[in-house]
Design a protein around this ligand. Structure first.
Ligand code: ADP
Ligand code: MG
Length: 230
């Protein structure tokens, strides 16, 4: 037995966008291997392909070529339905602008990813309450997203990403709209959860302040990941 089941492996990943007759190469051969418990910050200027890479790792977009193996599975050979299930069971995704549903409460927003499961909803609710307490929001369960602060909304988004116990947690500029104090709080929270739950954590950001909190750093440059200190 090897430890491949617990790894994320990316080999020679490329992504091109074709618009009209022009082909734009955004990822030009990305290689990456991460094990459970590892946390990586990927930096790079706007337009360097950070979101493109993260969306592919989140199985929200297709690579042009190359290999992505997550926990012994290449998700891109699965049907759309199987891919959705794979994503739901293995991947938590945190967006820059939280993507919470305005009409639902904090607690309901965290529960949304559990609604496709058949399991007991009281278990899920118990877990959601526990997560929200963990991030300091136990007194905000029935608030709507508009009734809490930006930092609080991102903490709700973190809980929603964690509700199905993902092995892979992906964050796309999770502090892009936050001030310095909240940036540090969210960064520390992500890293604590990465250790507590033994996830693979990848955070893309243009914030060197956020990246500096992470134990590993890479930079996207000319479509390639290069190791660089921040
Ligand atoms: P970053 O997140 O680092 O700011 P992105 O990954 O969003 O960068 O985008 C990288 C480049 O790819 C940009 O130049 C962008 O215009 C281009 N791009 C992203 N998505 C598409 C798309 N769906 N079609 C065409 N070009 C795209
Ligand atoms: Mg982006």
């Amino acid at each position: 037995m090897n430890d491949a089941p617990e790894q994320l492996v990316v080999r020679n990943l490329t992504k091109q966008f074709t618009l009209a007759d022009e082909s734009l190469s955004i990822l030009a051969g990305v290689d990456l291997t991460l094990n459970r418990g590892e946390a990586l910050a990927i930096t790079g200027p706007s337009g360097s392909g950070k979101s493109t890479l993260l969306y592919i790792l989140g199985v929200l977009d297709q690579p042009t070529a190359g290999e992505v193996i997550q926990f012994n599975q290449n998700p891109f050979v699965l049907s759309a339905k199987e891919q959705a299930e794979f994503r739901n069971q293995n991947i938590g995704f945190i967006f820059q602008d939280h993507h919470l549903m305005p009409q639902f409460s904090v607690l309901e927003n965290v529960l949304i990813p559990t609604m496709v499961h058949q399991g007991s909803s009281s278990d899920a609710e118990e877990r959601a309450r526990h997560l929200l307490e963990r991030v300091g929001l136990k007194d905000r369960l029935n608030h709507r997203p508009a009734q809490i602060s930006g930092g609080e909304r991102q903490r709700v988004a973190v809980c929603r990403a964690l509700i199905n116990n993902p092995r892979l947690l992906l964050a796309d500029e999770p502090t892009g709209n936050l001030d310095r104090a909240n940036t540090e709080a969210i960064g520390k929270l992500l890293l604590e959860i990465n250790q507590e739950q033994n996830t693979i954590l990848i955070c893309v950001t243009h914030s060197s302040e956020l990246a500096a909190l992470f134990p590993q750093h890479q930079r996207l440059r000319d479509g390639l990941l290069v190791t660089e200190s921040v």
